[in-house]
Design a protein around this ligand. Structure first.
Ligand code: ADP
Ligand code: MG
Length: 227
């Protein structure tokens, strides 16, 4: 059994004016070596689920296990370190720190996992080169195109060789050709001991995943599991 992430009756509600149950007693197991797409209309809970998986948001009830360990959401410090070392996160927008160059954005993520500065810089240069950005390393986010920003975001997500990559509509703000390039780069990051989960509205990209998950009524419906 290589189910690395296990959701056990996970629920998440928000109460502003009235209580909204976004995720309802969700059970699911994510396996290493697979790429999952997460679909569902806006407001169906895709980001909520990804925020729980990234240990940013605490579920209202239920258990999350990663690598057999039950996540204790109150242990913020150790969860922050676990996230830095094991989870790469890519958002649709605002991925980068605007006052830092591409190189700094990437190497700081490496230092956050405990690597020393000079090694982090070397690692960041190598990984930025691998995503095709060696001639943009000293550019600030405002000097980069949308596609280049997402490449930096992918480099930053990869720098600590994470077991888990979570991407929340990573191509949602890009034109279709750039979106295809970024999706290709993301899917190339699949390895046998990594899980990639990406939220998307694009059925063409979703169909290229190993497993399409659709959020329906606070739960996951598996549409297509290749195995
Ligand atoms: P999706 O990513 O599928 O578009 P979200 O997970 O962002 O959906 O949102 C699911 C529902 O939860 C929405 O109705 C949204 O308004 C609500 N929601 C999300 N985050 C919060 C929050 N911090 N406070 C209150 N409601 C929230
Ligand atoms: Mg969302």
């Amino acid at each position: 059994m290589n189910s690395y992430i296990e959701l056990n009756k996970i629920s998440k509600s928000f109460s502003l004016n009235k209580k909204v149950n976004v995720i309802k007693k969700l059970d699911y197991k994510f396996k290493l070596g697979k790429i999952y797409s997460l679909m569902g209309p806006s407001g169906s809970g895709k980001s909520t689920l990804l925020n729980i998986l990234s240990l940013i948001d605490e579920p209202t009830s239920g258990q999350l296990r990663i690598h057999e360990n039950i996540v204790k959401f109150q242990d913020k410090e150790s969860n922050d370190l676990f996230r830095a070392r094991n989870i790469g996160i890519i958002y649709q927008q605002n991925n980068l720190l605007n006052d830092f160059t591409a190189l700094e954005n990437v190497y700081l993520a490496n230092m956050a996992s405990g690597e020393n500065k000079s090694q982090s810089i070397l690692n960041a240069k190598r990984i930025l080169q691998s995503v095709g950005l060696s001639n943009r390393i000293n550019h600030f986010p405002s000097e980069l195109s949308g596609g280049e920003i997402q490449r930096v975001a992918i480099a930053r997500a990869l720098i600590n060789e994470p077991k888990i990559i979570l991407a929340d509509e990573p191509t949602g703000s890009l034109d279709i050709n750039t979106a295809k390039e970024i999706f290709k780069l993301l899917s190339e990051q699949k390895t046998k001991d990594r899980i990639i989960i990406f939220a998307t509205h694009n059925r063409y990209f979703a169909n290229k995943s190993d497993c399409i998950l659709e959020m329906v009524n606070g739960n996951i419906k598996t549409i297509n599991a290749r195995n």
